[in-house]
Ligand binder design. Structure first.
Ligand code: HEC
Length: 95
C-alpha cells in the first residue's frame, strides 16, 4: 500500500513538471491565460468547463473532437498523456 502511494506521488510529480513545459507551448496561440481565440478560430478556452476541456483535448488526440482546424490541435495533443491533459484542464480552470 505504501509503495503504491509513493509510486502515485512520483507519477503526479512527473506529470506536474511535464505539464508546465507543455503549457508553455500553448501560449503562442491561446495566450497566457487561454483568454484568446487561438488563430481566431477556437473557443475561449478559459471560459470552458474543466470536463469540456478534457473532452476536447482527449478528442483531438484520438480524432473524435474538433472543428476545421483540429489538425493543429492533433499535433499539440498527440504527446500528452491523459494525466497531463487533466492537469492542464485543472490549471486552466483554476484561474
Ligand atoms: C498552433 C496554434 C495552437 C497551439 C500551439 C495550441 N492550440 Fe489549442 N487550438 C488551436 C486552434 C486553431 C483550435 C481550434 C481547432 C478546431 O478547429 O477545433 C484550438 C482548440 C483548442 C481547444 C478546444 C477549444 C474549442 O474551440 O473547442 C482547447 C481546450 C485547446 N485548444 C487547448 C490547447 C492546449 C492545452 C494547448 C497546449 C498543449 C494548445 N491548445 C496549443 C490552436 C493552437
Amino acid at each position: 500500500m505504501k509503495k503504491t502511494l509513493i509510486t502515485l506521488s512520483v507519477v503526479a510529480m512527473t506529470a506536474t513538471s511535464t505539464f508546465a513545459v507543455e503549457m508553455a507551448s500553448c501560449i503562442g496561440c491561446h495566450e497566457a491565460n487561454f483568454e484568446k481565440a487561438a488563430l481566431g478560430k477556437s473557443k475561449i478556452v478559459k471560459d470552458m468547463a474543466k470536463a469540456d476541456i478534457i473532452t476536447a483535448l482527449k478528442g483531438y488526440k484520438d480524432g473524435s473532437y474538433g472543428g476545421a482546424m483540429k489538425g493543429v490541435m492533433k499535433g499539440q495533443t498527440d504527446k500528452l498523456s491523459d494525466v497531463v491533459i487533466e492537469a492542464i484542464a485543472t490549471q486552466i480552470t483554476a484561474k
